[in-house]
Design a protein around this ligand. Structure first.
Ligand code: NAD
Length: 267
């Protein structure tokens, strides 16, 4: 989708961090942006900021664990803006703790919020995109969905691996139908995500993919997402080290895993 001016974008989890930065970057590129978030005030504030660019932007409260909320959002967007072109599924919550201490309820909450939210979004928005024969879906996964480097937030990692798999399969389906798919796999980004972490059992250390990996500003990631939509690219790896790690794992899976185990033991 080379031209973003005049397009209509829906961004869930758009009230903060990566979603906020992408919403603002899309508006700066000329798109009308609908900012959806569980936190209504944040959604409104970001939409207000996005509208300074001169496009039509509005915020709405939306809980991605609620299928009806997506349908209501779609109806409101169609009424106010007439179409949907870009759907960014971006919400993620983290359940942390030792594997044997995280209760099933936290697994269910993580999978529902991080993964099934995209299934809900697809049920609502894909029929529209398929009918118009154009559009772009952006799913925010994580580096932790690409390979294992930590065991202390397993529901999060598993949900994000699911987002990667879902996005890849979705690209097979949508690409021939002229709809783009982008899967965003960030390393560390300076957002409010840490405030969303729930711990089961004693607190555990949250590890980055590799020691010393830099923390990016969300604006950098927002710009990467907009570029990927424009260039119709599938994978956004925010840090070049992630590419190198994936090559290492593909080349020598046993050695790669042994190295990750050693890194955890030595830390
Ligand atoms: N920050 C990082 O280091 C990092 C790394 C990899 C992946 N990610 C992913 O990036 C995405 C965005 O996270 P972020 O880091 O910008 O975090 P953030 O906490 O700054 O933003 C997340 C937003 O989602 C909203 N939200 C939470 N639950 C919701 C729900 N049920 N329905 C609707 N909105 C809800 C929150 O209110 C918040 O505004 C997430 O999917 C996260 O897993 C972040």
């Amino acid at each position: 989708m080379e031209e973003l001016a005049g397009k209509v974008a829906f961004v869930s989890g758009g009230g903060s961090g990566i979603g906020r930065a992408t919403a603002l970057a899309l508006a700066a590129a000329g798109a009308h942006v609908v900012v959806a978030d569980l936190d209504r005030d944040r959604a409104m504030a970001v939409a207000d900021e996005a509208s300074w660019q001169g496009t039509e932007c509005f915020g709405m409260e939306l809980d991605v664990t609620d299928q009806k909320a997506f349908d209501v959002a779609r109806d409101v967007i169609l009424r106010r803006l007439g179409r949907v072109d870009i759907v960014m599924n971006n919400v993620g919550v983290v359940a942390a703790g030792l594997p044997e201490r995280i209760p099933l309820s936290e697994w269910e909450r993580s999978l529902s919020t991080n993964l099934l939210s995209i299934v809900r979004s697809n049920a609502t928005f894909l029929p529209l995109l398929l009918e118009q024969g154009s559009g772009h879906v952006v799913n925010t996964a994580s580096a932790t969905g690409l390979f294992a480097y930590a065991y202390e937030r397993m529901p999060y990692s598993v949900s994000k691996a699911g987002v990667v798999a879902l996005s890849e399969a979705l690209a097979l389906y949508l690409h021939p139908r002229r709809i783009g798919v982008t899967c965003v796999c960030p390393g560390p980004v300076a957002t409010n995500l840490r405030q969303q972490v729930t711990f089961s059992g004693p607190p555990v250390r949250m590890r980055p993919p590799v020691k010393g990996m830099s923390e990016l500003e969300p604006e950098v990631v927002g710009a990467m997402v907009v570029d990927a939509i424009r260039e119709n690219r599938f994978l956004v790896l925010t840090h070049p080290e992630l590419h190198d790690l994936l090559v290492q794992r593909a080349t020598d899976p046993e050695g790669f895993l042994a190295e990750r185990i050693r890194a955890i033991e030595e830390a």
